[in-house]
Ligand binder design. Structure first.
Ligand code: NAP
Length: 279
């Protein structure tokens, strides 16, 4: 199982696990135990954020797992209110301290902030990348237009966005392929709603898999796409990495693309204007 879970995707010449462990809403000892378990069963990427308030627990989990730090990919994010140069550098330093890590594998700007020149945090992250504190830098919740702008001033590795069968990200997927940028799908299970889809259930029956496993397979089978499902239930955690022993044919992939209903689950007041996403 561990080998299967370590499937990688190559982006900009860098190998990154195609399936990671999301930790939003995990805290305290539950978070520590979930991270230890996730790493024990084969996950090699853990996604956290300053805003999740669980970086200390994620760090403890990585440490207690006994995994060599070099074998675990750690992603965290800088909050959108900390995007001036100094605040961004400080945020990364504090994240490193809480995670008890010497470096971050990937650091993202959590949300764009239209009141803050984008060049500021990008300059800060680029400097941290140059001194090795951060291996790769990226953005999250960026529209195609904002992503292009960010790419003009920094070596953007990844854009992490909501992506699941009920929300098409066609334009961003195209950019990811054409510009060799990673698109990391958050809410890959639409917070569990994929389980209710009759289409996903039916395709799953054909392969002896659940609707959730089909949704994850559909994501990781797309070029330059990775997924970071969260599961507090250990059984869910196991099932979610068992998606590398089957594949979907072209017709099945197309049918799942057809489930798009524009369902956006994460849409806070500080979100950018999503209209641009389909541009
Ligand atoms: P998600 O992964 O789509 O869904 C998590 C929910 O699905 C939980 O309720 C979980 O239940 C359930 N679940 C997990 N595996 C399942 C399975 N095999 N069958 C049925 N249900 C299953 O949603 P998410 O947690 O919002 O997104 C994943 C990660 O993306 C987050 O944890 C976070 O790391 C990241 N994220 C990033 C942003 C951003 O702005 N960049 C925003 C949101 C999320 P149990 O917990 O009970 O197992």
């Amino acid at each position: 199982m561990a080998q299967r879970a370590q499937r990688q995707v190559e982006v900009q010449g860098v190998q990154i696990p195609v399936l990671g462990f999301g930790t939003w809403m995990l805290d305290g000892s539950d978070c520590v135990e979930a991270v230890v378990d996730a790493l024990a069963i084969g996950y090699r990427l853990v996604d956290t954020a300053e805003a999740y308030g669980n970086e200390t627990e994620v760090g403890l989990g990585i440490d207690r797992s006994g995994i060599d730090r070099r074998d675990a990919w750690v992603t965290t994010k800088v909050w959108w209110e900390d995007l001036d140069f100094d605040a961004c550098v400080r945020s990364v330093e504090q994240s490193l301290e809480r995670l008890a890590c010497e470096w971050l594998d990937l650091c993202l700007i959590h949300w764009p902030n239209e009141d803050q020149p984008l060049e500021e945090p990008l300059r800060a992250l680029t400097r941290l990348r140059e001194d090795g504190t951060v291996r790769q830098i990226g953005v999250s919740n960026f529209t195609p237009t904002l992503l292009e702008r960010a790419r003009e001033s920094a070596p953007i590795f990844c854009n992490q966005v909501e992506y699941h069968p009920f929300l098409s990200q066609e334009a961003l997927c195209r950019t990811a392929r054409e510009r060799d940028v990673l698109l990391t799908a958050y809410c890959p299970l639409a917070r569990g709603r994929v389980s209710e889809s009759e289409t996903l259930q039916e395709i799953g029956e054909r392969h002896g898999k659940s609707a959730a496993q089909v949704a994850l397979r559909w994501l990781v089978q797309q070029p330059n796409v990775a997924a970071i499902p969260k599961a507090s239930d250990p059984d869910h955690r196991r099932k979610n990495i068992e998606v590398f022993d089957f594949s979907l044919d072209e017709g099945e992939m197309k049918r799942i693309h057809g489930l798009d209903e524009g369902l956006r689950i994460v849409d806070p007041a500080h979100a950018p204007s999503w209209e641009r996403v389909g541009a």
